[in-house]
Design a protein around this ligand. Structure first.
Ligand SMILES: O=c1[nH]c(=O)c2[nH]c(=O)[nH]c2[nH]1
Length: 296
């Protein structure tokens, strides 16, 4: 009896690459999750720890980012470019599998016009309602979770203090992305719920798109403020907004520049920005929020 190596493959899974085409003021956005697997003669790595045939998964990741520098095109075309490259790179690499997931983004509509650099990712959004009857009082919270939005420009972050652990560079132009969870409390108990919901949701989207952001905190406040300005029946808005960081990928090691084209969409850790915006002339109603977790 001999023990032998069976089928094997290896690669980098889930490279989150975002590429922005800024060649006109109407930005285009490609958002991919790319996984590569190589097949071939990698026996020595398994049986002897000899890595002479191992094109590193790190290099595979770098290749994905580097290839995105020249434009991505369709997921199929991008996958073909990568798979052919990997399969052709060394004699012992006989095949490559590249799986591409492409996340679709729609432009946010502001004043009836598609916005040039603000997007919404459809799907996954949930509308919520929490109703509390407390003696003679009735409270209605409406809300939504996972309203995923992104701006390719119109976002800065600077002016923060620098302690000995602060390394973040100041920026005058960054991608701003978040998944909005919001709940808002109505003052009435007999409103046109669907119409109110639609107005608040549209207002949140438009405010996100239209606000030139100096911090996600400022965008959150402005979104809540705009809802209160637009819908008199809303007393307060509470929001939770993760800062979905997009880091510009350094391609200089491959002789490539990166003029704000290729980003790594990092899923964690993330900043978590939360806050309430309220009218100061409406009495608080904490009982309405009892048992509804996730807000400060
Ligand atoms: O909008 C931001 N708010 C922060 O508090 C923060 N902190 C950070 O590192 N980046 C950002 N961005």
């Amino acid at each position: 009896m001999a023990i032998v190596l069976g089928p094997n493959q290896y690669g980098k899974a889930e490279v989150r690459v975002v590429a922005v085409d800024r060649s006109t003021p109407r930005h285009e956005l490609v958002d991919l999750n790319v996984s590569s697997s190589l097949r071939g003669d990698f026996a020595a790595a398994h049986t002897a720890g000899d890595n002479a045939h191992v094109l590193t998964t790190d290099a595979q990741k770098n290749t994905v980012f580097a290839f995105a520098r020249d434009g991505v095109g369709s997921p199929e075309a991008f996958g073909l470019r990568l798979a052919r490259h990997f399969a052709g790179s060394y004699d012992w690499i006989t095949g490559a599998r590249v799986a591409v997931e492409s996340y679709g983004w729609e432009r946010i509509t502001v004043g009836g016009q598609p916005h040039e650099h603000a997007f919404r990712r459809p799907g996954g959004e949930v509308r919520t309602a929490v109703v509390t009857v407390d003696g003679d009082d009735v409270h209605v919270l409406a809300g939504l979770t996972d309203l995923v939005v992104l701006k390719t420009t119109g976002s800065e972050f600077w002016g923060f203090p620098r302690d000995r652990y602060t390394t973040l560079a100041e920026t005058r132009d960054r991608i701003l992305a978040t998944a909005v969870t919001a709940r808002w409390r109505y003052t009435g108990a007999d409103l046109d719920w669907d119409a109110c919901f639609a107005t608040v949701r549209t207002t949140l989207l438009e405010a996100f798109a239209a606000t030139h952001s100096l911090a996600l905190q400022q965008t959150l406040y402005r979104m809540g403020e705009t809802v209160l300005e637009t819908v008199p029946d809303v007393a307060e808005v509470r929001m939770s907004m993760p800062n979905r960081h997009h880091f510009l990928q350094d391609l200089s090691a491959f002789g490539l520049d990166n003029p704000d084209v290729v980003y790594h969409a990092d899923d964690r850790p993330y900043g978590l920005i939360e806050g309430a915006v309220l009218r100061d002339d409406v009495p608080p109603a904490e009982v309405a929020w009892l048992g509804t977790p996730g807000f400060c």
